[in-house]
Write a protein that binds this ligand. Structure first.
Ligand SMILES: [Zn+2]
Length: 434
């Protein structure tokens, strides 16, 4: 099995910790001399030199950086180099209107490409592959990040971007694409279309890599079964370059973190207490390499667990489970927290449902909230008896898993809107944003 940077990825854990400590000390010194934001923060915490941190565990003495601080520092407060040294700017959409901006020096871009190449190699990408990148290009980091990583590996890259599904299918077929990179929801859509051509055997597609959005087990299974392909999941965010933070290897037992570039911690979100391997908590990341926009102990708001034991693939880097929830995905209905993954779990228990769904939340004049869950059936024109069975079984599972009552409507296959980019499944009309 191929490893992209063998020395860094299979290093003895003690040596890796030594390397991480050295890089962390260097990063602290860099922040003190280059970032006015971190100079103030670090000095307030009594840290005036990288040498103040003598053991990796002492990273806990460094204050967190939060998403709110990034918003407050928008647009250039987090910048640690003069603008003429910034080679590129990316941005992701923010929940409050202001985007999250990522700045990169040329060195940052170079390190990012290596990180992405590592993760893609973990995913099984090889130099002989032809990869179609069907995620949105532009400001968004996903497409370009994977694109550069794949070029570094030596693959043939097709920057298809999103939209025009007919053309996507034609390219997949005619250009002999072996690997598709797409969001899980768009990949599910393309999978349906490929099958509907009746010529699956003429496509050379053997692997689908997911990026940019969380992938439910149900969607993944549907894609693997429909197309008979391998799939691999990835993790990254604009705050930390983009894709390249972590990715699955062939063992599919968590995602290896690019640990000499991003230092991971798992904490209890409320108390900040450090959690040990296997315990689910919030992922906190520190950039160990970054010139333009270093981040120390950034609270990702992603809930996951970590495993430092060596992997059968030969890599020694720690693995995180695919984040279960971002706290922002969750919605509250009648005082109960509801996570989309709970709904997906209920869906996966019932035979006859597709992975496509939409939740619409409304508030009436008496301030009573209600939620309607629309789910597509996997077969069209199912007999009424069958629909009734599906409806009853699904409602029973929902009651068990979600607790709060959701209205359920079953729809015919292909009737809910498909999204080429990040899928939106929850439409909340209660606060007037829609
Ligand atoms: Zn592995």
């Amino acid at each position: 099995m191929k490893i992209y940077q063998t020395k860094l990825e299979t290093m003895d854990r003690e040596n890796l910790k030594g390397l991480q400590l050295k890089k962390l000390q260097r990063m602290i010194d860099y922040c003190l001399s280059h970032s006015s934001f971190y100079r103030m923060k670090l000095r307030a915490a009594g840290i005036d030199s990288g040498r103040c941190i003598e053991r990796l565990e002492e990273i806990r003495g460094i204050p967190y950086t939060t998403k709110d601080e990034l918003r407050e520092q928008y647009p250039t407060g987090m910048l640690a180099v003069p603008m003429n040294q910034v080679a590129r700017i990316h941005a992701s959409s923010g929940t409050t209107g202001k985007p999250t901006v990522g700045y990169y020096t040329q060195r940052d871009l170079d390190i990012w490409a290596d990180a992405a190449a590592r993760v893609l190699t973990q995913n099984g990408l090889q130099s002989s592959d032809i990869m179609q990148v069907s995620v949105g290009y532009g400001l968004f980091t996903g497409a370009i990040g994977f694109h550069q990583g794949a070029e570094r590996i030596g693959c043939t890259v097709i920057p298809a971007s999103t939209g025009n599904t007919e053309k996507q299918i034609v390219m997949l077929h005619d250009l002999g694409v072996t690997v598709l990179m797409a969001t899980p929801s768009y990949a599910a859509h393309l999978a349906e279309r490929i099958v509907s051509t009746g010529k699956r055997h003429e496509f050379k597609l053997k692997r689908i890599l997911f990026g940019a959005e969380r992938c439910s087990a149900a969607t993944r299974r549907m894609i693997e079964n429909t197309l008979q392909v391998e799939t691999a999941d990835n993790y990254g965010m604009t705050e930390f370059f983009g894709p390249g933070v972590a990715g699955e290897c062939a063992e599919k037992n968590g995602m290896h973190i690019t640990e000499d570039i991003f230092y991971p911690e798992i904490i209890e979100p409320e108390s900040g207490k450090a959690l040990s391997d296997g315990a689910v908590g919030e992922l906190v990341l520190t950039s160990l390499e970054r010139e333009a926009m270093p981040l120390l102990r950034y609270r990702t708001r992603d809930l996951t667990s970590i495993d430092h034991t060596p992997c059968r693939c030969g890599r020694t880097t720690a693995r995180i489970q695919a984040p279960k929830e971002r706290t922002d995905d969750m919605f509250v209905l009648k005082g109960i927290n509801v996570f989309p993954s709970q709904i997906e779990t209920a869906m996966s228990r019932v035979r006859g449902l597709s992975p496509h769904y939409r939740i619409t939340i409304n508030r009436d004049e008496a301030f009573q909230d209600s939620a309607l869950l629309e789910v597509e059936l996997s077969e069209s024109n199912a007999p009424m008896e069958e629909r009734n069975r599906i409806q009853a079984e699904f409602e029973r599972w929902l009651r068990e898993i979600v607790i709060v009552r959701l209205g359920v409507t079953l729809c015919e296959p292909g009737t809910l809107e498909r999204f080429a980019g990040k899928s939106r499944r929850v439409f909340d009309h209660r606060y007037g944003q829609e």
